[in-house]
Design a binder for this molecule. Sequence first.
Ligand SMILES: Cc1cc2nc3c(=O)[nH]c(=O)nc-3n(C[C@H](O)[C@H](O)[C@H](O)COP(=O)(O)OP(=O)(O)OC[C@H]3O[C@@H](n4cnc5c(N)ncnc54)[C@H](O)[C@@H]3O)c2cc1C
Length: 328
Amino acid sequence: MITEKLDAVVIGAGPVGLACALEIQRQGFSVTVVDKGALVNSIVGYPTNMEFFSTPELLEIGGYPFPMASYKPHREDALDYYQRVAASEKLSLRLYERVTGLRGQAGDFVVETTKGEIATRTVVVATGFFDVPNPMGIPGEDLPHVNHYYKEPYAHAGQDVVVVGAKNSSAKAALSLVRSGARVTLVVRGAEVSESVKYWIRPDLINRIKEGRITAYFNTTITAITPHTVEIVTPEGPRSVPADYVYALTGYRPDYSLLVDMLALPLDENDPARPILFDPATHETARPGVYAAGTVCGGLATSRWFIENGRHHAQLIAAALANAPVNA
Ligand SMILES: Cc1cc2nc3c(=O)[nH]c(=O)nc-3n(C[C@H](O)[C@H](O)[C@H](O)COP(=O)(O)OP(=O)(O)OC[C@H]3O[C@@H](n4cnc5c(N)ncnc54)[C@H](O)[C@@H]3O)c2cc1C
């Protein structure tokens, strides 16, 4: 069944999608937010009790204060905050409904979802980057004890756990695993713990490696994962590392099958990160009437836009809708 035509559909109920919806609604437009998962689904998937690197005022949307007794919010604070904002603004939410296609043109779109079709004049794509892990391209990658999403350490006390990667997520996972009784091996392609690891985490990890509490292999590649080992090639030659569980924290990428095949959005092929082609003044993509917001705007450069800077796309898009003939 097709709905009455809306002014805008926002795809993605992340922090930036919610910011877009509330700014669009404040312009007097009708809008709904569609998400394939929960409200702020990406943050739901972050590690339990994860501490944001941003201070709370930099995560605020819609002018709602994010009061905190402590310096940095945790995952649970952010979940609570964004839920309260969505409720306060009485945003229309269609959760656990995946967008699968988009027909029509500006002023007359039909958003196709797993639960039906939504008629709308404009579309905002705020689908982030957290759904498609970067593949390692090795045998055994799909085994059930290999996970691209780290949640918490408690299931791994007494286990041999291999963590792949040495950026923030891997560093934090390795530290929390070792502190909860896992035997941790870190496998790193580069020569050292990434310089991009936050300044308060990096020395902690380096010192645990020096102490011998975490075994680390640098300049090392993984060639295969078996049910009980990870096969690696180190500068000293091949090794077989015992592994009851593997966290392959190799980063994520936007869902290009959604962006290109289902939404037909042209990409900026001159940019090696292959972002969606969009006008930086309005965030309208090369498909007229479709706007892009948040992390998805950076393509493979997933740290180009985050909550702190991506939330401001909402005002640009709402202003663009107010100035555009969306009532066509
Ligand atoms: C561990 C971690 C810590 C971070 N800490 C910080 C920090 O301190 N400060 C900061 O600014 N940033 C931080 N970031 C980055 C930040 O979380 C992301 O940049 C932010 O989530 C981007 O928001 P978004 O709304 O653009 O996308 P997302 O939050 O990823 O939301 C995208 C939404 O789109 C939905 N979606 C995707 N495909 C479909 C589909 N086909 N149909 C319907 N819905 C779909 C997803 O389910 C998801 O809910 C962190 C990221 C990670 C991984």
